[in-house]
Design a protein around this ligand. Structure first.
Ligand code: ADP
Ligand code: MG
Length: 319
C-alpha cells in the first residue's frame, strides 16, 4: 500500500517553475510581480453532490481545476498557482494517476504550478485553491454593472445541465447530443483568455456555475441594478434548441449550472471590442439583454411580452 507521502511524491510533486518554493516544505513561497494584485479563489467538489462517483478520473482531474480557473477567468486574472486538498476513500493508484494527469494537463495549458495541498483518507472530496494575478485596479468584479450596459454571455448555455439530466435518466438525448453535452459537463473550458481580453472593456463579470438567472442575479444585486433579457437571443446548445417545448430543457437553459461560461456587462460603445475579445479567445459572445435602472430580472419573449423571470438557479441548501 502506498503511503500518503508516496502518493504526494508520485502524483503531486512537479517542478514549480514560477514559485520560490513549491511542494515539499511546510508551506509554499510565492512572489507576485510588482504592480499586480493577488487573486485567490477556492472551490470544492464533493462526490454525489458535484459529480457522479463513477466519473472518469482524468476528466474529474480536469474539472476540479477547471471550475477554479473559471473563477479567475471571471476576475480577468492570469492564473499562476494552485493547491489541492483531497480526501480519498482508498489509495486506488490507477484512479489517482488518471486524476492527477487530468489536473496537470490542464494546469500545463495555462502555466499553472501545483505548489501544495493536503492528502488524507476520507469520503471522496476534491478542493482546489487557485491563485492568480491581475494588474492593480483592473479586476473584473460583480459590482460594476451600469444602467444601459449590454449583457453578454460566452459560448452556449445549458449543455452541461442537460447532459447531467441525461446521465440521471431524466431525459433522453440522442448519441451525438449526449456526447457533446456530457463532454461539456465533465470537461468545462475555463474562459481565461476571454477574461483577460475583457479587462478594461467589461464593467462587470461572473462565471456561470449555478445557472444564468442565479449568476446574473448576483451581478444585479451587487451592482444595485436590474436587467431585461431577450429570451430569443439566448445562445442555447443545439440539444436545447431541439426541445423548444420541453420544461427540463428550458430549465437547463435558464437555470442549469456547470456551463462555466462568462456572463458580463459592457457599455454599447465597446461592442466591437467585446466581439474582438471573443475572437481572440476563440469563443462566440452573444448579447442577451440590457442592464436597467429598474430592479429585478425580466425576460422578453418572441412576441415582445415582458415577464418576471423567477426560475431559481441550483441552490445547495434549497433542496
Ligand atoms: P504538513 O504536515 O507540514 O502539513 P504534509 O505532510 O501535509 O505537510 O504535506 C507535505 C507536502 O506535500 C507539503 O508541501 C504539502 O503542501 C504537499 N502536499 C500534500 N498533499 C498534496 C497534494 N494533494 N497536492 C499537492 N501538494 C500536496
Ligand atoms: Mg507542516
Amino acid at each position: 500500500m502506498p503511503t500518503e507521502f508516496d502518493l504526494i511524491a508520485r502524483y503531486f510533486t512537479r517542478p514549480a517553475a514560477n514559485a520560490v518554493l513549491g511542494v515539499g516544505d511546510d508551506a509554499a513561497l510565492l512572489r507576485p510581480a510588482p504592480g499586480m494584485d493577488l487573486v485567490v479563489s477556492t472551490d470544492m467538489l464533493v462526490a454525489c453532490r458535484h459529480f457522479l462517483p463513477d466519473t472518469d478520473p482524468y476528466r474529474l482531474g480536469h474539472k476540479t481545476l477547471a471550475v477554479n480557473l473559471s473563477d479567475l477567468a471571471a476576475m480577468g486574472a492570469i492564473p499562476r498557482w494552485a493547491t489541492l486538498a483531497l480526501a480519498l476513500p482508498e489509495a486506488d493508484e490507477a484512479w489517482i494517476e488518471a486524476f492527477s494527469r487530468g489536473l496537470h494537463d490542464l494546469a500545463d495549458r495555462f502555466g499553472v504550478s501545483l505548489i501544495g495541498g493536503d492528502t488524507t483518507r476520507g469520503p471522496l472530496n476534491l478542493c482546489v485553491t487557485v491563485l492568480g494575478e491581475v494588474e492593480a485596479g483592473r479586476a473584473l468584479r460583480r459590482d460594476g454593472a451600469q444602467d444601459g450596459d449590454d449583457i453578454w454571455v460566452s459560448g452556449e448555455l445549458g449543455a452541461a445541465a442537460i447532459g447531467l439530466q441525461h446521465l440521471l435518466g431524466k431525459l433522453h438525448l440522442h448519441d451525438l447530443e449526449a456526447l457533446s453535452c456530457t463532454t461539456r459537463l465533465e470537461t468545462p473550458e475555463p474562459r481565461i483568455v476571454l477574461g483577460r481580453a475583457l479587462g478594461g472593456v467589461a464593467h462587470a463579470a461572473i462565471d456561470l456555475s449555478d445557472g444564468l438567472l442565479a449568476d446574473l442575479g448576483h451581478i444585479l444585486e451587487r451592482s444595485a441594478v436590474g436587467a431585461e433579457i431577450d429570451l430569443g437571443s439566448l445562445p442555447a446548445h443545439p440539444a436545447i434548441g431541439a426541445r423548444p417545448t420541453d420544461a427540463i430543457a428550458r430549465h437547463c437553459l435558464l437555470a442549469g449550472g456547470d456551463d462555466y461560461e462568462l456572463c458580463f456587462t459592457a457599455p454599447a460603445t465597446v461592442a466591437e471590442a467585446v466581439l474582438l475579445a471573443g475572437g481572440m479567445a476563440g469563443v462566440a459572445v452573444t448579447r442577451i439583454g440590457r442592464i436597467t435602472r429598474q430592479a429585478g430580472l425580466r425576460g422578453r419573449d418572441a412576441n415582445g411580452r415582458i415577464d418576471t423571470l423567477d426560475i431559481h438557479g441550483f441552490d445547495h441548501f434549497a433542496d
